[in-house]
Design a protein around this ligand. Structure first.
Ligand code: ME8
Length: 648
């Protein structure tokens, strides 16, 4: 394995909202695999990033009153922050608006067009806006009948477009999938793709007329069209290797990708669109496409942006720590299956595995040794043979599972060793050995316990990069030589013989303190609801709105730069207001009876920044100013806030 290249990718995420645990999940899984393979001495490339073109992103930008690129530039900061927060070590964060990617897409399009793989045709059919895909009448009917979608989700579209001769590759793709049983994983997804292909395969519409949707990469052979967002996005996996259609073979260092991780929602686009595109380009297919399951709410709904049930990764990290978040998602469900997320489930998993099993083993091992023996790891003739056997078995299973992305099984295997370590303490009773003055036996037991801690810490580094390194430091070991250690352990050498390298022990605080109740950050999420129920004074009977409705409002601080009378309306003033954007907004407001234009210039105001612009007596008003009502009392904000500051 050492020296071999390992290339892993995540989907590139749409920047039409903030990241949530679904995105975190795929990214953590890829990061753990990347870290593991790096530790096993392989040359690793890990690619992730954002998908920035297409209808969805354009609509999100319009809602915020921003140009699409400016919108992406703002949101991408959140995505990068999520990755940093989760301690994700990618090699490149690709954006589909990056110049090198745009160049690759355009060149690929031109070459496929020249080769006759792309042709112009007429399309009439249904378009599913939220997934950016055309859909057959039959599928539309089925999805409406099942209640999953409604008529409003579809648009009827008739237009000229460019098509990729995808249908020509059906047999070749079927043959490839048949010949490579682990190409699409898990097997259930492979069967799904085979079933899909057996029904027949049409050509793929790969363009959008600019007259309908202009936010995309222009077709090099027809400036009236942009490239379909999926055709553009999928190519990111090649751009990320340094590939260029006219370039050299250097990209083959990384390509074909070892693993392409996706959620099951994007199985067809990857297993059919992407693979046939590669065939047309005469580029080899990835080694494995792995489609994992969905995190669903306790009600069974997919957790996501559209459902509005997104779970804040930051809050989870604040409450339990980043490493616990990484651990939970990979340990809780088999990679490939769906799982229901609940905070209680999280708390339970944390306390059982991290606080009671792993954290407790480490704390007991270190505190008992330092208290009864000292800070130098004790010596002993040989490891306990039974414990050493458990260590060997559990390490072998850990490697076997982790190398094929069976995260849950790998962690379970490792925790067999951790549990055995705790049991070893319970049965050997070092406290009794200490009391009875059996120093040699005590030394042997504690050394074995520390050895188990060391093995667990090294093996857990990919999942718990901070906490496992913290434990290694307490054991007087270093995470820097982890690659060497793990590779040695993988061969079955040196098991329970790592502590001879130790520079000394220190106990410190427990790695994972036990939570007796839900951490405050999580409890606070539910507290608001409880408070309302408990209110003693009845609330006024008004038309209450949900928090989600309020959250749709973008309130921003603005500074009035200019103000003048509206030429055609008695009550309106027209203002230029700086809200921290590239240009000031023009806003009309009915406050003329209270303010003279010159009184307003320089004032601070609160602007509803995402109110759809509309014309007021001929002048387009791009937002609204909040003011107290009543002609005599109208007042604005006097705070020393900066333009563009958010009001919430
Ligand atoms: O589909 N559970 O982007 P996207 C598990 N841009 N994983 C989830 C999830 C959930 N509830 N919700 C989202 C796109 N995911 C395209 C991809 S690739 C060339 C283009 C994860 O922002 C999962 O990995 O909608 C899923 O495939 C991805 O987020 C979809 O992210």
């Amino acid at each position: 394995m050492a020296g071999e290249a390992f290339y892993i990718t995540t989907p590139i995420y749409y920047v039409n909202g903030s990241p949530h645990i679904g995105h975190a999940y795929t990214t953590i899984a890829a990061d753990v695999a990347a870290r593991y393979h790096r530790m096993m001495g392989q040359d690793v490339r890990f690619l992730t990033g954002t998908d920035e073109h297409g209808q969805k992103v354009l609509e999100a930008a319009e809602k915020r009153g921003l140009a699409p690129k400016a919108h992406c530039d703002e949101l991408v900061v959140e995505w990068k922050a999520m990755m940093e927060r989760l301690n994700v070590q990618f090699d490149r964060f690709i954006r589909t608006t990056d110049d090198d990617h745009v160049a690759v897409v355009q060149r690929v399009l031109q070459k496929l067009f020249d080769a006759g793989e792309i042709y112009k045709g007429e399309y009439e059919g249904w378009y599913l806006v939220k997934d950016e895909i055309f859909i057959t009448d039959k599928e539309r009917e089925e999805r409406i009948a099942s209640g999953e979608l409604s008529e409003a989700d579809f648009k009827r579209i008739t237009e000229s477009n460019y098509f990729f001769r995808m249908g020509n590759y059906r047999e070749k793709l079927l043959a490839h999938i048949e010949a490579h049983p682990d190409f699409i994983q898990p097997t259930s997804r492979r069967n799904e793709v085979l079933g899909f292909l057996k029904k027949g395969l049409g050509d793929l519409c790969i363009s959008r007329p600019k007259s309908r949707m202009s936010w995309g990469i222009e077709l090099p052979f027809d400036a009236d069209f942009v490239c379909y967002v999926w055709f553009d996005a999928l190519l990111n996996y090649l751009t990320g290797t340094g590939f260029h259609p006219d370039g050299d073979e250097a990209y083959r260092t990384w390509w074909p990708a070892s693993y392409q991780l996706i959620g099951k929602d994007i199985l067809t686009t990857h297993s059919v669109y992407w693979t046939t595109m590669l065939m047309a380009m005469e580029v080899p297919l990835p080694e494995h496409i792995f489609a994992h399951g969905w995190w669903v709410s306790s009600e069974g709904d997919k957790i996501g942006k559209s459902a509005g049930n997104a779970i804040d990764v930051d809050v989870l990290c604040d409450a339990f720590g980043v490493d616990a978040v990484r651990y939970f998602f990979l340990r809780e469900i088999r990679f490939g299956a769906d799982g229901a997320f609940s905070y209680d489930g999280f708390l339970g998993r944390y306390n059982t595995d991290l606080a009671n099993d792993f954290g407790n083993l480490a704390h007991r091992g270190l505190s008992m040794t330092t208290k009864w023996i000292g800070t130098t790891p004790p010596e002993r003739a040989a490891p306990d043979p039974e414990l050493a056997q458990v260590a060997r078995t559990s390490l072998a299973a850990y490697h076997q599972h982790l190398s094929v992305l069976s995260y849950k099984e790998a962690l379970e295997a490792l925790f067999e060793l951790i549990k055995a370590g705790n049991k070893y303490i319970d049965t050997r009773q070092p406290w009794a050995l200490n009391k009875g003055g059996q120093t040699e036996a005590l030394a042997a037991v504690m050394r074995d316990v520390l050895e188990v801690c060391a093995v667990a810490a090294y093996a857990l580094l990919p999942v718990l990069p901070t906490k496992a390194a913290e434990l290694l430091a307490k054991l007087g070991l270093s995470a820097d030589d982890a690659d060497q250690v793990l590779a040695t352990l993988a061969k079955g050498d040196g098991v329970l013989d790592l502590m001879s390298r130790s520079t000394g022990l220190s106990t410190g605080d427990p790695l994972f303190p036990r939570f007796r109740e839900m951490p405050t950050q999580i409890a606070a999420l539910f507290a608001e609801e409880d408070d309302v129920d408990d209110a003693e004074v009845p609330l006024p009977d008004i038309d209450w709105i949900e928090y989600g409705d309020f959250a749709k409002l973008q309130l921003k601080i603005g500074k009035v730069l200019e103000a003048s009378d509206h030429p055609d309306a008695d009550k309106l003033l027209v203002m230029k207001v700086d809200v921290g954007e590239a240009r000031p907004r023009t806003i009309c407001a009915g406050i003329k009876s209270v303010f003279a234009p010159e009184d307003l210039v320089g004032r601070t105001v609160v602007v509803v920044a995402n109110l759809k612009p509309r014309k007021l007596r001929g002048i387009p008003s791009e937002g609204m100013i909040l003011a107290a009502s009543g002609e005599a009392v109208v007042d604005l904000v006097s705070a020393k806030a900066e333009p563009g500051n958010t009001v919430s």
